[in-house]
Design a protein around this ligand. Structure first.
Ligand SMILES: [Mg+2]
Length: 350
């Protein structure tokens, strides 16, 4: 049985800012792009959340919800320095680390002998040491698999420590809303709920065949997660080179006009996904088109990630290459190598 930790700092960028300027602790604070430049919130503290401010929300909207909101531009150099301290701490425990972003990682501690092999103790130690060495609070989830560890770290945020022991997995999963499962976003949640599947226990009552029919390959994933099966290993060589979202349509989109209409929700989703990542987007975006004959093409160009017109333009060029019905559309951005990140103004649209 594996022991996986998922460690995740609480509102990381905002936490670094509050640490360095204690006066900011008591006020609603967001880190992100400015409202004037149509930026979005990357991270916000808990006082801001009390007003309904959220990550990926346009800063202008956040300001409407909370007029006294303090908005700071991100300072990646400082965040990266803290991140390195935390990664060094993780390394004291195990070399089996899969960083997901500046402030988030999976750790496989199955073979760690320290702390009598107690993953709960290890998690406790990580939390104490992170706070002592960096002044930042960490939430940690402990579980026998990655997806459960990730759910656990989010369970009692901020400053949380949630343990899902192997014998508790079943009881934990049964009442769990399907929206909490790895890879299940709002669209899949809606589709599941339309089928009367709200919780994992509902999901378990559907056969693998039914789920494969309804959800394609993803059906197997759903079938397994509902039973706590997630064999994905902590991948230490992982390198995130791009962030993208794509949709396979229930019915092929007949023409370019239909593709154009389908693009904005994808761009929205991409923007939200980017805001969850701490890697800033590069100035390279791309559009992927798969036609009904399964041929596919990708168009790529320079330009900021959340410029919708840029994506529309790429879509037109990509579509012309096949000029036939479309079964899948994707949008994404290439991420900048770490060294090149400094000059970017995150989430701003020029
Ligand atoms: Mg975090």
């Amino acid at each position: 049985m594996r022991k996986i930790l998922h460690a995740d700092c609480d509102c990381f960028y905002a936490a670094v800012e509050m640490r360095d300027q204690p006066a900011l602790r008591e006020v609603p604070l967001a880190v992100g792009g400015s409202a004037e430049r149509r930026g979005v919130v990357a991270t916000c503290n808990y006082p801001a959340r009390a007003f309904g401010v959220r990550s990926a929300m346009p800063t202008a909207t956040a300001r409407r919800l909370c007029p006294e909101l303090v908005v700071l531009p991100p300072d990646f150099e400082r965040y990266r320095a803290v991140s390195q301290q935390i990664q060094a701490l993780f390394l004291e425990l195990t070399p089996l680390i899969e960083p997901l972003s500046l402030d988030e990682a999976y750790l496989d501690v199955s073979e760690v002998a320290r702390f009598h092999g107690s993953a709960t103790w290890m998690a406790q130690w990580l939390k104490e040491q992170t706070l002592a060495r960096t002044g930042i609070t960490l939430s940690v989830g402990v579980a026998p698999s990655k997806f459960l560890a990730k759910i656990a770290s989010d369970w009692d945020k901020p400053d949380g420590l949630t343990v899902i022991a192997p014998e508790d997995v079943d009881g934990f999963l049964r009442p769990l809303p399907v929206s909490k499962l790895h890879g299940v976003g709002p669209a899949t949640t809606a589709k599941l709920e339309a089928l009367g599947i709200h919780r994992c226990e509902d999901l378990r009552q559907r056969s693998l065949t039914t789920l494969l029919e309804r959800f394609g390959k993803f059906g197997r994933h759903l079938y397994q997660l509902a039973r706590g099966i997630d064999e994905r290993e902590v991948n230490i060589s992982r390198e995130r080179k791009s962030v993208s979202v794509e949709t396979t349509f229930d019915r092929d989109l007949p023409d370019l006009a239909a593709c154009r209409q389908a693009l904005p929700p994808l761009i929205d989703k991409l923007r939200k996904r980017l805001a969850r990542h701490d890697d800033p987007p590069s100035d390279k975006r791309f559009v992927k088109v798969k036609f009904d004959d399964f041929s596919q093409t990708t168009m790529e160009s320079a330009g900021y990630a959340d410029d919708s017109r840029g994506f529309q333009h790429l879509l037109e060029q990509a579509w012309q290459r096949g000029a036939r019905p479309v079964r899948l559309l994707g949008v994404g951005v290439r991420l900048v190598p770490e060294d090149a990140q400094r000059q970017l103004t995150l989430f701003d649209e020029s």
